[in-house]
Design a protein around this ligand. Structure first.
Ligand code: FAD
Length: 477
């Protein structure tokens, strides 16, 4: 047994492979593995219910990979780490970096406390391909537009660091008195709406590896086109795994490139890697602009007159707006903890623009219901959809959920899956049942207002009202 003892503080890196901090901890040291559920730090955003479900299962999986030697605790990490140091006579603490503003602040404070107490401390890059402070424009300021950030900044800066193997030699120390156990975190929500989640998802490192391997076996070959078709399952389904760090962006990046002999030239590969680039960009924006989850990036929007009608929000949340593409998306979210990216944009645009409801409301609902809820990606994406963000889709580009449906779900397969009451409608009306003649509705067994709602708002009129409100906000600025 070594006489040095290192605390490995797991956070959003719930894996053994490509875990630089763990690899360092296991280099000739005894290791204390700990996860601390930290919901008390100022600025921390309490996890949503779906994320808690995921975390519960992910921790169970990590604990099993560590031969049940993971110490699971809840509270202030500074206090808990100090207690563990004393209990195990540890002389070093290591972790992989997290990038949310409150985490950066907390970690800096803990680092300096440890250093003052003569405890060695090291942090590593486990999650981002490019550290946010590495990529700056020519003027030395942060980029605000994705394409130059990614193509000129990231791709020309340096290659992402190489993937590291899982530690081969390790000695984990464990003391049951220092482990409150997974159930003490009480992560599983009381309402059991999540009972279907495990049919579709396997939280943990093995589940992540399976999704990557399946994606590279076939869907990657047509990713660029298929990624927009919601019923096709043409994407990698790695977002919750990446959020909790059950797989790293580095593993995904290099596995994809290796499959294509290291070349980024293939359009499907380029398109997929650039989505990882969007993930980086969201974290980059949040790091450099910490108020992203709360404040409009573009202050013009501060004058916008939101309607914020509470019944509109409830109908949107329940998938009962009377617009099939929107309702299918909202029901997919509720049933599976996930929503297809194209549909996220459609439901987001509908909420913010047609219903004139503040993007914060959509952001909050997604935060609670998405298994991949991620502060950076969620706030950057909602601001993008609203038109208030960095490099946002302009406000006047309002997604029409009918034409979007006709383009990306032409046979209505996605709508029929999540809105089964519409399944017998002909393709022509599947995205606009309100235009169907009475006999067609009757043949399909639908009475509007009874089996399926009338549309909450007229799409054309509500679009115009949003544009007018936007012009007024711009003029008032
Ligand atoms: P793939 O298409 O296989 O992409 C691979 C990976 O790239 C994803 O796993 C994800 O990590 C990253 N990625 C892809 N698109 C984006 C994007 N636009 N922004 C940032 N990263 C991206 N993604 C989240 O991870 N968490 C969120 O909370 C989140 N909220 C969103 C809210 C809205 C309103 C919108 C429009 C998008 C949001 N996204 C969010 C981005 C995107 O929808 C999901 O990352 C994607 O659908 C996940 O599916 P996938 O893993 O199969 O993606």
């Amino acid at each position: 047994m070594s006489d040095s003892t290192t605390i490995m503080w797991f956070r959003q890196d719930l894996r053994l492979r490509d875990n630089p901090a763990l690899r360092e901890a296991c280099r000739g040291s005894n290791v204390i593995a700990v996860y601390i559920y930290d919901d008390i730090n100022p600025g921390s955003h309490e996890m949503g219910a779906a994320s808690k479900w995921w975390l519960h299962h992910s921790l169970a999986s990590l604990n099993s990979s560590l031969d049940n030697k993971l110490h699971i605790l809840k509270g202030d990490p500074a206090v808990i780490i100090d207690q563990l140091i004393k209990k195990f006579d540890a002389n070093e603490v290591v972790w992989n970096r997290c990038y949310e503003p409150w985490q950066v602040k907390r970690d800096k404070q803990i680092k300096s406390l440890l250093k003052n107490n003569d405890i060695a401390v090291q942090s590593f890059n486990g999650s981002l391909l490019w550290e946010p402070w590495e990529i700056m424009n020519k003027a030395g300021s942060p980029y605000k537009v994705f394409t130059p950030y990614y193509r000129k900044g990231c791709l020309q800066a340096h290659e992402p660091r190489a993937v590291v193997d899982a530690p081969r030699h390790y000695s984990y120390l464990y003391d049951a008195d220092c482990d409150s156990g997974l159930n003490s975190l009480a992560l599983l929500p009381d309402i059991k709406w999540y009972s279907q989640f495990s049919n579709r998802w396997q939280p943990g490192e093995e589940g992540a590896a399976k999704n990557l391997s399946h994606f590279l076996s076939e869907p990657i070959q047509s990713y660029k086109e298929a990624r927009d078709v919601p019923d096709k399952k043409g994407t990698s389904f790695l977002s919750p795994h990446l959020h909790f760090g059950e797989i790293s962006a580095h593993q995904v990046w290099y596995a994809t490139l290796n499959k294509f002999n290291g070349s980024i030239d293939n359009p499907d590969v380029d398109s997929y890697l650039s989505e990882l680039g969007w993930r980086e960009f969201s974290h980059y924006l949040l790091y450099h602009f910490p108020s992203l989850p709360e404040k409009n990036f573009n202050s013009k929007f501060n004058q916008f007159h939101w309607r914020n009608k509470s019944q509109d929000l409830t109908d949107w949340q329940n998938g009962m707006t009377g617009v099939p593409m929107v309702d299918a998306g909202m029901r997919e979210l509720w049933q599976t903890g996930y929503m297809h990216n194209r549909v996220r944009m459609i439901v987001g645009s509908y909420l913010v623009k047609n219903l004139m409801t503040h993007w914060h409301q959509g952001e909050a609902w997604f935060w609670d219901c998405l298994l991949d809820a991620d502060l950076a990606a969620n706030s950057a994406s909602w601001q993008w959809v609203a038109g208030s963000g960095a490099d946002a889709s302009p406000f006047f580009r309002i997604f029409n959920p009918v034409t979007q449906g006709e383009k990306f779900d032409p046979k209505g397969a996605y709508v029929r899956e999540y809105c089964p009451e519409l399944k017998d409608l002909p393709d022509k009306y599947i995205h606009k049942p309100w235009e169907a003649p009475e006999h067609i509705l009757r043949d399909a067994g639908i009475t509007l207002g009874k089996d399926y709602p009338h549309p909450l708002v007229d799409l054309k009129e509500s679009r115009q009202a949003a544009l007018d409100a936007y012009s007024a906000a711009k003029d008032a600025h």
